[in-house]
Write a protein that binds this ligand. Sequence first.
Ligand code: V1P
Ligand code: CA
Ligand code: ZN
Length: 372
Amino acid sequence: MRSKDKISYFYDGDVGNVYFGPNHPMKPHRLCMTHHLILAYGLHSKMEVYRPHKAYPIEMAQFHSPDYVEFLQRINPENKDLFPNDMARYNLGEDCPVFEDMFEFCQIYAGATIDAARRLNNKLCDIAINWAGGLHHAKKCDASGFCYINDLVLGILELLKHHPRVLYIDIDVHHGDGVEEAFYFTDRVMTVSFHKFGDKFFPGTGDVKEIGEREGKFYAINVPLRDGIDDISFNRLFRAIISKVVEMYQPGAIVLQCGADSLARDRLGCFNLSIDGHAECVKFVKKFNIPLLVTGGGGYTKENVARCWTVETGILLDTELPNEIPDNDYIKYFAPDFSLKIPGGHIENLNTKSYISSIKAQILDNLRYIQH
Ligand code: V1P
Ligand code: CA
Ligand code: ZN
């Protein structure tokens, strides 16, 4: 192992204070819980902690259409009923509600991913972390699946200013469709998403046969999984695919979306991953020693999201964390066991050996066509 990596960590205390509304599964408060757990473990003293800038509309418009960005800036809970057509046109409503300070929330999480990419570009750090980012469904002119501004696309566009090729890896239980779509026709970004696919699971895309088009053919990889995948099969598949991708594609930078809804017992997810299984992906990607931008994403069982991203911060810092959670402002959420790690789940694993072998074979076969 080389000497310890230099880590930049981005957090704004205002990001966790917004509310998507009653019954909405997305709880930004999980970001506050994560940050306080990171502090309770003393991890802040081992990395550079920054308050990110708030992304400017002009920065958002590097990917999004200016009219969409302007609408997000203008709309609020008081005036939204005056614009029913635009609300529908931009897919705002139930999944992506208009709430108080929504635009500022977008500015914070997007600003943090952009800052993270810039610090990596300027070689000011080896790894940059933004747990508030990872909102992978947002499209050029549309909100989608709790995502308004696609910070990942903005971060990748920034990395492309310094790197000929960027690799995007997504372990959220949902398909990273917004990032895939943004780079579907180019070989300068390779996107790899692991996700649940089938039974009309949101967003419905991400079949193994979706591989990119034109210049981008073979530069989008989809790993469609069934319910109940466990640590052993997930980690084996992840290692096999990612090691081949890195060998063949030789990326200059990697963006890793660590959605925590792929954990067991997630409110929306359906996998059996333990925190160790999820974090193993982070450990594996870190070992390549390639500039790395790490984000959050989904994650709907709040206390497990905070546990997972704290463990992963520890891994990125090469720091072992005691399993007993130290006292912190949110300690009550970690009752009754107050332990950091959570075990895998027990829902039936519908990913048969033959199913996994078949998707793995198709993916590795497609990788033969790329050479850098
Ligand atoms: O299933 C749908 C839409 C609503 N139908 C018309 C189809 N939406 C999902 C969205 C999941 C978004 C995941 C985001 C991420 O990948 C990244 C941050 O994790 C959805 C679900 C669900 N169970 O899949 N929306 C809601 N639940 C929902 C429930 C209550 C209130 C509002 C939204
Ligand atoms: Ca995914
Ligand atoms: Zn998700």
